[in-house]
Design a protein around this ligand. Structure first.
Ligand SMILES: Nc1ncnc2c1ncn2[C@@H]1O[C@H](COP(=O)(O)OP(=O)(O)O)[C@@H](O)[C@H]1O
Ligand SMILES: O=P(O)(O)OC[C@H]1O[C@H](OP(=O)(O)OP(=O)(O)O)[C@H](O)[C@@H]1O
Length: 196
């Protein structure tokens, strides 16, 4: 990090199920492992952990108690589950870090635009989405169908950056890493440089 005053921000990475959010984020996280000013959050989800999901599982009651106690910076519901980001990540934003969230389009679309929030959309062709979700094997065929139907609601979603993950995962992962690196550089110039 430079010694110039930094302005932290949340980076919400959104997109259809199967677009590759988890995979692309994991690639960028590895590529940026040396960057202490780029922080990758873990999610609480009221869903058991199994193959194809990397989160901290909470029971619905434990999730509700944590949210009620103010322990979450962000939380939302989707697919019948609750998702949340621990409050302690506020400190990283306050300290000037970029803090990366695997987010929800519905949740992010309901937030007012703010210079301390960036939205990055990862997407892929509909046929690829369906194939990947079925191959991932985490969700039932019915749940996969519902996830695909949900995409029509977000066709014109505004975003600060769009990454198409239809080719090699490494290409999309590198694009995300580059975007995050560039965003920390523009943060040196102050929040107006990246207001949406
Ligand atoms: N570029 C890619 N090419 C082929 N398969 C991919 C690619 N990106 C992700 N996948 C696979 O697609 C599935 C869904 O990816 P995932 O990262 O779980 O997406 P999301 O988090 O957006 O639902 C996973 O099985 C993953 O390995
Ligand atoms: O409002 P939406 O953009 O549709 O998103 C709803 C939720 O689904 C995704 O999580 P989840 O891990 O359950 O699903 P995914 O990995 O299949 O995207 C995403 O990270 C959100 O938490």
């Amino acid at each position: 990090m430079s010694t110039a005053q930094k302005t932290g921000a949340w980076v919400f990475i959104c997109g259809p199920s199967g677009s590759g959010k988890d995979s692309v984020i994991a690639y960028a996280q590895q590529a940026l492992a040396a960057r202490s000013d780029i922080v990758f959050t873990r999610r609480f989800v009221s869903r058991p952990v199994h193959a194809g999901s990397d989160h901290d599982a909470l029971t619905p009651a434990a999730f509700a108690a944590l949210a009620q106690a103010g322990g979450l910076s962000w939380h939302w519901r989707a697919h019948g589950f609750s998702y949340g980001i621990a409050r302690h990540y506020d400190e990283a934003v306050g300290a000037g870090c970029l803090v990366i969230v695997n987010g929800s389009r519905e949740h992010v679309n309901g937030l007012p635009a703010s210079p301390d929030r960036l939205v990055l959309h990862i997407t892929a062709e509909p046929t690829a989405l369906a194939q990947r979700l079925l191959r991932r094997g985490r969700d039932s065929a019915e749940a996969v169908a519902r996830r695909l139907e949900r995409n029509a609601d977000f066709d014109a979603m505004p975003a600060d950056c769009v990454i198409f993950n239809d080719g090699e995962l490494a290409d999309a992962g590198r694009q995300l890493a580059n975007y995050l690196e560039e965003s920390t550089l523009s943060a040196d110039a102050g929040p107006t440089q990246r207001a949406r």
